[in-house]
Design a protein around this ligand. Structure first.
Ligand code: HAM
Length: 421
């Protein structure tokens, strides 16, 4: 028997409904912030991700599903949504139409990661990307929209961590400082960190293997090298969040695993002791240089992405889903072949009038037909036999009160419009 690929999932029935419920809740919040949907392809030229996330990032160095197509092009299943949106923003010259562009997206992402609770190889993200303005007000507004999404979903115990990794000059100075520091402690760090030391020392701070190593915890913090401009920028973001009453914690070790960030970076993590505790549910930040590095104009971007599977897992834990499974309004029961044909006709008339109507396609015995109506938790039954056919009537049974009545067939739709709101 075939099995699903490791790290992938089937969303069946109720699980699919949960995914769509989360999507529609998020959509209703984010559209109020002026975001428009963007749908980009599932795969891109590999270079799109290498150039943006950075060759040394875990995503590019270990996690991409990269393949050659029949034309010999190197393509990659998107591991994240930011780079494709930047590619599309530039290719379609969207910056020429408006000064500020706000996009949101939903869709599957692919990373060859070690599967565990809340971590998959195919997973769904909701993300936003905003282009055009460098303003602490925008950074704060992006973060506020993330917080409001958690509120709209009713999710509790979320902690927002925020940091600045500075502008480009601050980052370069910080990289030098970290290099000097880690060079003296390199023997206690993992093999990946040894490699990162020369190429991208900031990434050592983000190492999943060495994350509890005191050498990492005691590493110099970025404050020491932040330019005045970067400090003032970050302070303004914090002040606005304070004024809005957003709870956050400044985490000086938060650097994020992708190379494209500058200045403000943040993560919302689940603050709990269960198996999902500490997982990032949403993460993002500002990226001032990505558009330019894709050979576009000098336009800053900022955004974030939520992991939808993680949201679903938390909402299950916190019991936040409403009843999503709706029973059938009407199940139609036919007692002979002729009556069965009629049930099909009636079922479709009812469906076109907006009711959820179902029938048994095979059986004329009552028992299996009642069983179906039980399984579908039907509110009403329509029973049609020889007598009903001859008299052009329907026998309608209220499945809750068990009361039964006979109605003329041409009253069917009006009858149910009165009974089922
Ligand atoms: P990221 O931190 O790589 O950032 O992923 C964002 C979120 O996607 C994570 O916080 C997590 O909830 C979810 N996620 C990531 N990997 C997995 C996985 N293997 N299984 C399940 N969920 C996962 C980005 O992707 C950036 N593009 C975010 C961004 C947008 N920055 C600026 N704009």
């Amino acid at each position: 028997m075939y099995q699903k690929v490791k790290g992938t999932q089937d969303f069946i029935g109720l699980e699919a409904k949960k995914l769509r419920y989360v999507e529609s809740k998020i959509r209703s919040v984010i559209e109020k912030y002026g975001y428009e949907e963007i749908i980009t392809p599932i795969f891109e030229n590999t270079e799109v991700f290498v150039r943006s996330a950075g060759e040394e990032s875990d995503i590019v160095s270990k996690e991409m599903y990269t393949f050659s197509d029949k034309g010999g092009r190197s393509l990659t299943l998107r591991p994240e949504g930011t780079a494709p949106v930047v590619r599309s923003f530039l290719e379609n010259k969207l910056y020429a139409q408006r000064n500020l562009n706000k996009f949101y997206y939903f869709g599957p992402m692919f990373r060859y990661e070690r599967p565990q609770a809340g971590r998959f190889r195919e997973f769904n993200q909701f993300g936003i990307e905003t282009f055009g303005t460098s303003s602490p007000l925008l950074d704060a507004d992006v973060i506020i929209s993330g917080t409001e999404i958690f509120n709209a979903l009713g999710i509790k115990n979320i902690k927002l961590k925020i940091n600045t990794i500075g502008d480009f000059p601050s980052r370069t100075a910080y990289a030098k400082l970290l290099q000097d520091y880690f060079r003296n402690n390199i023997s206690s760090l993992c093999r990946d960190c040894n490699r990162r030391l020369e190429k991208n020392p900031l990434r050592i701070l983000d190492c999943k293997i060495d994350k509890d190593n005191p050498v990492l915890k005691n590493a110099p913090k970025i404050d020491t090298v932040l330019s005045d401009e970067a400090k003032i920028y970050f302070q303004s973001v914090i002040d606005i969040l304070d004024a809005y009453g957003v709870n956050y914690e400044v985490d000086r070790n938060l650097v994020r695993g992708l190379d494209y960030y500058t200045d403000t970076v943040f993560e919302y993590i689940l603050d709990s002791n269960d198996e999902l505790g500490g997982l990032a549910i949403c993460a993002g930040g500002k990226y001032s240089d990505m558009v330019k590095s894709f050979k576009g104009p000098d336009i800053p971007g900022i955004g974030y992405a939520f992991g939808i599977e993680r949201i679903i897992a938390i909402m299950d834990l916190q019991n936040l889903f409403p009843a999503l499974e709706t029973g059938a309004d009407i199940v139609l029961i036919g007692l002979d072949e002729k009556a069965k044909e009629k049930t099909l006709l009636y079922a479709n008339k009812l469906r076109m009038a907006g009711f959820y109507a179902e029938m048994d396609y095979v059986n004329i015995n009552l028992k299996p037909q009642f069983k179906l109506s039980d399984q579908l938790q039907a509110k009403y039954l329509i029973i049609i036999g020889e007598e009903e056919l001859n008299n052009k009537v329907l026998t309608v049974k209220n499945n809750t009160t068990k009361e039964q009545e006979s109605i003329p067939e041409d009253r069917m739709i009006d009858y149910f419009k009165e009974k089922i709101k």
